[in-house]
Design a protein around this ligand. Structure first.
Ligand code: ARG
Ligand code: ZN
Length: 879
């Protein structure tokens, strides 16, 4: 809790740490009423820090200091200054040992940073600045130390005691207590420290590395979850193999551990040798997890594992460099997922998230470059920009260099910086040095915020046979940044002829063997490209594979989009054309009378998708998803969410009525016998049949209803069960809705991960998630304010997915959110700050909405004792 205004921290103020800690020896005494932490630090003056007296300053947060000793002598209180957030010793020798004893209360830690308790077990989360909640320490990633950790606790209540590295000693103590000592041979920043103590079951496996070393793989979960580990374990082994094959990276310790905890602010954490996961991001079984969850788990397990090299062996110098590890690691996990499943589908999913949520962030008050220049609270910068846009920037380097040179670059980066804490610039430099390419202009991607807009125009000179493409780039102003310089943008394209053929792209007249796809490099504000030797005006297929995170504006006709939707050889662009067409149709209906006609060409195109089973069914399943409300709102100039919701629903109902028989046929065609498997083919089939169900129930189709009820009863997996549940919940069949919700809950009420899905199906539904019902969910026996997943599945799903209800014209949705943010701010500021996000977009909405959103933000701003986390988001939003 703070009273004065939080400070802004600037990258330009970076100074090397004045003191280094070579070794950390920790002893944790864990009790029910608190924990005592004994820390012994081997400290020395940093030779790079210059001469002169520099006081030793250690960070601390919410600690009770019991004692301080220097080289074996206990210091009296006059010898140091304890400011609470800093422990300062004015004068220290060149080298010394510092001992500090602190007392903390993990059982009362609701922020879930540092050491806390989750369903009876002790666990930690130290990134970014949680270690200072455990003991006084230079809590910054460029201080890297070897850790030795002894954990002591009651043997019966906490039989499993874990920390980073290898267990080197264990034994029994008095009073039924025991200890285990862990040693991590790799120097690491304290944000990678972890500890777990609990009554957990252990699942074991092994992995033999490329050099023939056997690695012990262990998962630790609560006994009730012991049957939900297999998928994560398999994903881990696939990740380990993939990182060897694709990046040449071998695992380095003898043990790799994964722990599942129920109360966790984020998805997971890459602590050295001891990854800690949010239960919802690691536990899965056919009966309880959807296809989406299976895929998410595989991706997150891979992500955390890949951090062992991109993050742990080579870490960040300071938190402004966060994208160094996160952007690169998201890029790596997306390559992995792409290799494990359907590359086109993976790309579509990534781009949909980027365009919907990251573009909105980049166009809002919290916009920041992937390497920010300042922040108030670093927890607020674990953003879609740092992660997803950061990954797109690495992906562009990969596109510009090609796979071989990119691999040379990553090899050089890992070799050059192993064991170091470095900057995004060091990463780019390694890519430059390995490839010989000049990336100086490309570096602007790290410095400039905002989504570049590419205005594309074309003309065809029939006489010369020349097609001329003009591309102008502009980067919008963002908070604190105007008049931006043009960036270096890889722009992949192809041209299609009237007979659906891919045309050769001749940049010079008479060019032989010209390719049918090129990656153009845009560097100037305006670039003109001429394609020679063409007999007819082609249809351009622009920004294939979404080769850069930009907005493309080109005056597509619906005819062109329909053509690309069926004939573009680039699967991603086929999907993109379909989405642009659907967006155009829906946008043209916003605010029109209920009976305004829907373009019949859309119906024809969708009929083709639903009924032609020779098409790539995984792609079709994606193409059948109408653009989301969130995306439509993001695209609108002055958004009226209920009107957008209404227009989208009208199009959906129109399509469902017109395609009713095709949908029934599609459903039946995709009901399969045979064992459940999480394969791209089966995922596509389930997605298709559940989309068909959802559409049929939107038009109160009696046969659809029966199919849904039967599927709900007979499903042998969660994807189908929840697909049927969602379709019924979103229908007008009120009695069925109540009944299936009740049955579902009764069956799964003991499984938190399933209950979370049950909450969010309701909270995201315009039928079951109106405010009075949301209030009932908050009162439900399974709801728990202390559990971030529950908060996200009700409050987050309501404000983020139930957009017509959230943007109710009377402002009640905004007031509701403001109330919940204020309530959570005292217990968990990180989660509170994240919940504010939908309100930060207030300037993008029509005046009637934006004024009320702003008022809700002001109400939050005026709450007494606002956390630094929420302070930053709210003040920047109102500035
Ligand atoms: N490094 C973790 C990951 O990306 C996320 C940790 C986030 N922690 C936080 N306090 N925001 O896998
Ligand atoms: Zn990460």
């Amino acid at each position: 809790m703070r009273t004065n205004q939080p400070q802004t921290i600037y990258l330009s103020d970076y100074k090397v740490p004045p003191y280094l800690v070579d070794h950390v020896d920790l002893r944790f005494e864990l009790f029910e009423n608190g924990a005592r932490v004994h820390s012994a630090l081997v400290v020395r003056r940093n030779p790079e820090a210059g001469a002169g007296d520099i006081p030793l300053e250690l960070d601390g947060d919410s600690l009770v200091l019991e004692s301080v000793g220097l080289d074996g002598v206990t210091l009296n209180e006059a010898a140091y200054e304890n400011r609470g957030d800093k422990l300062i010793i004015a004068s220290v020798p060149e080298r010394f040992e510092l001992t500090v004893v602190t007392w903390l209360e993990p059982q009362n830690n609701t922020r879930l940073e540092g050491l806390y308790k989750s369903s009876g077990m002790f666990c930690t989360q130290c990134e970014a600045e949680g270690f200072r909640c455990i003991t006084y320490f230079p809590d910054r990633p460029d201080v890297m130390s070897r850790f030795r950790t002894r954990v002591e606790a009651d043997k019966q209540a906490y039989p499993v005691l874990l920390s980073n590295g290898n267990d080197v000693d264990r034994g029994d103590l008095d009073d039924g207590r025991h200890f285990v000592t862990w040693e991590d041979p790799f120097p690491k920043p304290c944000y990678l420290f972890a500890l777990v103590a609990g009554d957990l079951v252990e699942k074991r496996d092994t992995f033999t590395t490329c050099s023939g070393r056997d690695i012990d793989l262990r998962m630790y979960v609560e006994p009730r979850n012991s049957e939900k580990c297999e998928h994560a374990m398999d994903s881990l082994k696939r990740s380990m193999r993939w990182d060897e094959e694709v990046y040449g990276r071998e695992y380095d310790l003898d043990i790799f551990m994964i722990v599942a905890v129920d109360d966790f602010n984020m998805g997971a954490m890459e602590n050295k040798g001891l990854n800690i996961f949010n239960s919802s991001c690691v536990l899965a079984s056919q009966d309880t997890a959807t296809d989406l969850a299976f895929q998410r788990i595989e991706a997150i397990v891979a992500h955390e594992y890949f951090h062992n090299w991109s993050g742990n062996r080579v870490t960040c110098r300071d938190w402004f460099q966060l994208s160094l590890k996160e952007g690169f690691t998201v890029f790596r996990d997306s390559q992995f997922s792409s290799d494990m499943g359907s590359p086109t589908v993976k790309r579509i999913e990534d781009v949909a998230l980027l365009r919907t949520a990251q573009f909105a962030e980049d166009g809002g008050p919290m916009a920041h470059p992937i390497r920010p220049a300042s922040y108030m609270e670093i927890s607020n910068f674990y953003t879609l920009t740092i992660y997803e846009k950061g990954a797109e920037v690495v992906r562009m380097i990969h596109t510009l260099l090609g796979p071989e040179l990119f691999r040379k670059g990553s090899d050089l980066y890992f070799e050059r910086h192993d064991g170091q804490a470095v900057t995004t610039d060091d990463f780019v430099k390694a890519m430059e040095d390995a490839s010989g390419r000049d990336l100086s202009q490309f570096r602007l991607w790290y410095e400039q915020a905002g989504t570049p807009v590419l205005n594309v125009s074309d003309e065809f000179d029939a006489e010369q046979g020349v097609y001329r493409l003009t591309i102008k780039q502009a980067i919008p102003d963002t908070p604190g940044q105007t008049d931006k310089k043009p960036q270096h943008i890889p722009f992949a394209l192809g041209l299609l002829g009237g007979k659906r053929e891919s045309l050769p792209l001749r940049l010079q007249a008479g060019e032989q063997d010209a390719p049918t796809e090129r990656v153009l490099e845009l560097t100037g504000e305006t670039e003109v490209f001429e394609f020679h030797g063409l007999d007819e005006c082609p249809v351009p297929s622009l920004l294939r594979q979404f080769s850069a995170p930009v907005r493309v504006r080109y005056p597509w006709t619906r005819e062109q989009l329909l053509f690309l939707m069926s004939h573009d050889p680039d699967g991603f662009n086929r999907w993109d054309a379909g989405e642009r067409l659907a967006v155009d149709v829906i946008q043209s209906l916003v605010g029109t009378p209920k009976d305004a006609p829907v373009d019949s060409r859309l119906v024809t195109a969708y009929r083709h998708l639903v009924s032609d089973s020779s098409l790539d069914q995984a792609l079709v399943a994606k193409m059948l998803q109408l653009p989301s409300e969130a995306y439509l709102i993001e695209l609108a100039e002055s958004a009226d969410a209920p009107a957008i919701h209404d227009a989208r629903e009208r199009v959906l109902k129109h399509l469902a009525i017109a395609l009713r028989d095709d949908l029934i046929a599609c459903y039946r065609r995709n009901v399969e016998a045979g064992a459940y498997q999480v394969t791209p083919d089966q995922i596509a089939r389930r997605s298709l049949r559940n989309t068909a169900l959802a559409w049929l129930l939107q038009i109160n189709d009696e046969e659809g209803r029966e199919l849904a009820l039967r599927q709900f009863r007979e499903a042998d997996n969660m994807t189908d069960r929840i697909g049927a549940l969602r379709a019924l919940v979103n229908s007008d069949y009120e009695a069925d809705r109540a009944q299936v919700l009740e049955q579902f809950y009764e069956r799964f009420k003991d499984d938190p991960q399933v209950v979370e899905q049950w909450f969010s199906v309701q909270a995201a539904s315009d039928r079951a998630g109106q405010l009075p019902q949301i209030h009932q969910l908050l009162e439900h026996e399974a709801f728990d304010w202390k559990n971030p997943n529950k908060v996200r599945s009700v409050v987050g799903a309501f404000a983020g997915q139930n957009l017509a209800a959230f943007h109710s014209p009377d402002g009640s949705g905004y007031d509701f959110l403001a109330d919940q943010v204020c309530r959570l701010d005292d217990s968990n500021p990180q989660i509170a700050a994240r919940l504010v996000t939908p309100l930060t977009r207030w300037r993008r909405f029509a005046p009637a909405y934006s004024q009320r959103m702003k008022a809700a933000l002001e109400r939050i701003r005026d709450k007494a004792g606002l956390s630094r986390d929420v302070y930053e988001v709210v003040h920047k939003s109102l500035a």
